[in-house]
Design a protein around this ligand. Structure first.
Ligand code: SF4
Ligand code: MSK
Length: 632
């Protein structure tokens, strides 16, 4: 059989090859056109922070420039660049969180945005000591939203959600001065400290990066997750399908792509509008087929079962099927390549956010004040475009897999209740999971998250790593494009229990879950933080003591760097499958992959081979079990 070169996913492989044969450019062609990547950039040895430069440091010690014009060493330049990447990622997730907080602030009983999960809102109000007695639920919501918005710029104090961590973790942060203040302040401080002629101490810059990263996971991302649940509903297990085979030949195919659920939720509603469905009939289509790509897909799959068209590397291929009437985007992970590509097809490429206008796209601004109206206008455009489809160009691959998605922490607890003896134990906790871990039936847990990256065969890193982990009785929780890789590979179906080790398979059967749990979008990694915090509290240990590990096998974005850093800073060892641009500094590499452990009890590991990474992760889990005195 011919070797697969692009992807382990049959739909991607089929379309990528077809595109290559037909001379249609994709990310893999542009990757090839880059030829050998810049050696300075790969190692992080270039600086363009000021106009005295750009400066490049020779990778060979004692030969060539060893300092920038200002005197910055390789250590300083690399730590500065890394800190800026963390700030970039934190800003991106947090601005998403801020937008959702604004949406909650504008929610009203007769508006487009309503409160769906009152219980979650009331719990949060109590957590934040907001008065709830004899108050209208919308007044409470507005006050909670205002408090969240103040988390971005409050002049004093630390982030409220940090209090959700176990005491031991909070002490680690306190002792090391990593307790994060206002979200925007942390990001601004990094930008300030990394300006020409400011901080020049690599260790301190990484320390600042760690503190800022907590403003992502325990700040902006957690606000995004909590408020999305309050507004749009708590995810619960739902069946869906994943891969480009979800596109329908006889329907109007609309793909939502990007991140924020405020747009995609309205698209779900608009696609059910009777007037628009009438228009669908008039144009000769059999219906509207809404599907998603990247994290916005995870959001609507978790809450409505909307089908998953694919992950990051598949966005161009979706257009290449010739069957997509519109690809509607908001923010993040949207390839500008979609603009010229959609010109070769009938597909409308519609941008909606003032934060992400793209030359060559049609911009239809999504106005949250008249959200449903805006969504309907966008859907109407897509329907009217059906008649422009060229049947000769249509090629929809067959591949798609069934998946069960929607495992919020609350949903996991509900599943676990299936094995709770209500005579003895209270339900609604993670205790059954903790018991499975302590008894050794499940050896531990792994969070596998992150993007696709053409440096790795598409989905290979995610899927191979997850398969190896579940085979060894390590339960996997996943988000983002990694989750979509798992869904496409069938790892989120009940059938996947067959691939799990004996102990994990038994647990999956008893509590009726797949061995790989879809926990949502990238901001939903905050759910994983809540999960490990609750587990640690149950076992009366720090997060860093738990037999849990993290991995980002195909990461690519600044957001992923911020995530990796907050996961490590929260006490979880994290494996990266793609080498970050830091190898030009022995000092920075040593801090990240060694000394970080002395500060926060966890560190980064870099291992591109997913099988080797899995073995290392399992060894780490076993080491932690031994230290905790858990069953061998
Ligand atoms: Fe060069 Fe220093 Fe300016 Fe960077 S900050 S470009 S190293 S002079
Ligand atoms: S969408 S950040 S490629 S996971 Fe969240 Fe996927 Fe990474 Fe974007």
């Amino acid at each position: 059989m011919e070797e697969k070169i692009y992807s382990i996913d049959p739909a991607t492989e089929e379309l990528a090859r077809k595109a290559a044969n037909e001379g249609i450019e994709t990310l893999w062609d542009r990757k090839k056109a880059m030829k050998t990547p810049c050696g300075f950039g790969e190692q992080g040895l270039c600086c363009r922070i000021c106009a005295m430069g750009p400066c490049r440091i020779s990778p060979t010690k004692d030969k060539g420039a060893q300092k920038g014009i200002c005197g910055a060493t390789a250590d300083v330049i690399i730590a500065r660049n890394l800190a800026r990447m963390i700030a970039g990622g934190t800003a991106t997730h947090s601005d998403h969180g801020r937008d959702i907080a604004h949406v909650l602030h504008m929610a009203k009983r007769d508006g487009n945005y309503k409160i769906t999960d009152e219980k979650k809102l009331l719990n949060l109000a109590k957590e934040w000591e907001v008065e709830i007695e004899n108050r209208d639920i919308y007044d409470i919501a507005h006050e909670v939203a205002e408090i969240a918005l103040k988390e971005f710029g409050k002049p004093f104090g630390t982030l409220r959600f940090l209090e959700r961590a176990p005491e031991q973790r909070k002490s680690v942060w306190e002792k090391n001065d990593i307790r994060t203040g206002a979200i925007d302040k942390e990001i601004a401080t990094i930008m300030h400290s990394t300006h020409i002629g400011c901080a020049a101490d690599a260790k301190d810059l990484i320390h600042k990066g760690m503190r800022t990263s907590l403003a992502d996971g325990w700040g902006g991302s957690m606000i995004g997750t909590e408020f999305s649940d309050i507004l749009f509903g708590m995810p619960v297990p739902r069946e869906t399908e994943a891969n480009l085979g979800v596109l329908e030949e006889d329907q109007v195919n609309i793909i939502v792509h990007g991140h924020e659920p405020s747009l995609s939720e309205m698209m779900v509603l608009a696609a059910e509008d009777p007037e628009l469905l009438q228009l669908v009939e008039e144009v000769g289509a059999k219906g509207i087929n809404l599907s998603g790509m990247c994290c916005t897909s995870n959001e609507v799959a978790m809450r409505h079962g909307v089908k998953i068209a694919g992950n990051l590397n598949q966005q161009e291929l979706a257009v290449f099927t010739g069957a997509v009437e519109a690809i509607i985007v908001d923010v993040q992970c949207i390839f500008p390549a979609l603009a010229p590509l959609t010109k070769c097809y009938h597909t409308k490429f519609i941008t909606t956010s003032p934060k992400a206008k793209i030359t060559g796209a049609t911009h239809m601004e999504f106005e949250e004040g008249k959200a449903l109206q805006s969504a309907k206008e966008i859907v109407r455009e897509a329907i009217l475009n059906f008649k422009n489809r060229d049947a000769k160009k249509v090629f929809i691959p067959k591949a798609k897999s069934p998946a069960v998605v929607g495992y919020s922490v609350e949903a996991i607890k509900k599943q676990l209740d299936k094995v709770v003896n209500s005579q003895i134990d209270e339900g609604g906790t993670l205790k059954p999971l903790a018991d499975c871990i302590t008894s050794g039936v499940i050896r531990g847990a792994a969070g596998v998250v992150g993007c696709n990256n053409p440096k790795v065969k598409h989905d290979y890193g995610h899927v191979e790593l997850m398969k190896e982990l579940i085979k060894n009785d390590v339960i996997v929780v996943t988000t983002g494009c990694a989750a979509q890789a798992a869904a496409k590979a069938g790892l989120m179906s009940k059938e996947a229990r067959k691939l799990a080790g004996k102990g994990l398979a038994k647990v999956c059967e008893l509590v009726d879950i797949p061995p790989v749990l879809h926990m949502g979008s990238c901001v939903d990694i905050s759910r994983i933080l809540v999960l490990v915090s609750e587990l640690a509290k149950l076992l009366k240990v720090d997060i860093s003591d738990l037999p849990v590990v993290g991995a980002a096998p195909e990461w690519m974005s600044e957001k992923a760097i911020a995530i990796g850093t907050y996961v490590v800073t929260s006490g979880i060892d994290t494996w990266l499958g793609v080498v970050p641009p830091v190898t030009g500094s022995d000092l920075v590499v040593d801090i990240l992959t060694n000394k970080a452990k002395d500060i926060v009890g966890a560190k980064f590991h870099v291992e591109p081979d997913p099988h080797k990474a899995a073995q290392q992760m399992i060894e780490r889990i076993e080491e932690k079990r031994e230290t905790l005195g858990l069953a061998a």
